[in-house]
Ligand binder design. Structure first.
Ligand code: PEP
Ligand code: MN
Length: 336
């Protein structure tokens, strides 16, 4: 249930409503809005009688939220914007996150960071802790990689995004990253979701490859329920019977998520398709379908990449893709 407060409700009235909800035996969580603060009632197993709350001072109305994900549901909340430095996810401008799969060494990463900034990327990406299918594959540079990432941020002024794989690493990754990525394999790692939910950092939550839309939004709910509202969802392909693509990019998720949730959703075509020559076509589709951003793997020499070379674009291809998506963004009244 969501208690919608009046525009001019005072701090005192908001606190009084929260206290009353606690007295009823439930917990409350305030939902930040541009115009007003709403209060979500959590922990109720059945429908709560709203009449007692409707009469409290400062309350405008009480909405029953039908979905199990109360805080990320669109019911009662306008679209969220997630701001990271100069970059905003969920506005008309469509930010592009770009960079290699892994940070391999300092020179190469700083070089690609300069190139990507020049080509219009809004956020730099690069893995320092890598979730690899094989334990014998390159696992990332760890903290050394995070330091290189931070140096690239200093140099370019662009925010940086990197994956955090387990609860032990959340503190260290949050010291360096502007956006902490939760990978597809960890979307169901509830301890990790709760821990990043207590950090003051934007979270890029990737959809697990066997997760339904409801599973995906419940994972986001874990993060928000700990107090962190800065969640960006990312569709990165799901497992189907099709062997000719690495995963199947589910672009249909974008309008559905926009209908069900106020959170912004971006698309990562690189991990979905697994081959570089289809990344630009899928990026064009992603913009056309209404995605709030893209995440693209780029490498100077894909054939020599330590991970995911087959799906990485060379810088010139990335630049061409940027120009194409700008055209499509303009056609739908946005920009990129
Ligand atoms: C990545 O972004 O490099 C990555 C491993 O992504 P995913 O978790 O979607 O496989
Ligand atoms: Mn990768």
């Amino acid at each position: 249930m969501l208690v919608v407060m009046k525009n001019n409700a005072s701090e005192e009235q908001i606190n009084a409503v929260s206290d009353y909800i606690k007295k009823l035996g439930f917990s409350s969580q305030s939902v930040p809005g541009i115009q007003r603060t709403n209060i979500c009632v959590l922990g109720n197993k059945s429908r709560v009688d709203s009449s007692v709350l409707e009469v409290l001072d400062g309350v405008q109305e009480v909405i029953h939220v039908s979905k199990p994900y109360k805080l990320v549901s669109r019911e009662g909340k306008d679209s969220s914007r997630v701001t990271v430095g100069q970059c905003v996810f969920g506005s008309d401008f469509i930010p592009v996150i770009a960079g290699p799969c892994s940070i391999e060494d300092r020179e190469k990463f700083l070089d690609i960071a300069d190139i990507l900034k020049e080509m219009g990327a809004s956020v730099l990406r690069g893995g320092a802790f890598k979730p690899r299918t094989s334990p014998y594959a390159f696992q990332g540079l760890g903290e050394e990689g995070l330091k290189i990432l931070a140096e690239a941020r200093e140099r370019t002024g662009l925010p940086v995004c990197t994956e955090v794989m387990n609860t032990d690493d959340v503190d260290i990754v949050s010291e360096y990253a502007d956006i902490m990525q939760i990978g597809a394999r960890n979307m169901h790692n509830f301890s990790l979701l709760k821990k990043v939910g207590r950090k003051n950092r934007a979270i890029l939550l990737k959809r697990g490859f066997a997760a339904t839309i409801s599973d995906f939004l419940m994972a986001a709910e874990y993060i928000v329920s700990e107090g962190n509202w800065d969640v960006i969802l990312c569709e990165r392909g799901i497992r189907t019977f099709e062997p000719d693509t690495r995963f199947t990019l589910d672009i249909s998720v974008v309008p559905i998520i926009h209908e069900y949730s106020h959170l912004p959703i971006i698309i990562d075509p690189s991990h979905a398709i697994g081959r570089w020559n289809a990344v630009a076509p899928l990026s064009r589709a992603a913009i056309a379908v209404g995605a709030d951003g893209l995440s693209i793997e780029v490498h100077q020499k894909p054939l020599e990449a330590f991970s995911d070379g087959a799906q990485s674009l060379k810088p010139a291809k990335f630049e061409a893709m940027m120009s194409e998506i700008r055209t499509i963004a303009t056609a739908i009244g946005r920009s990129a």
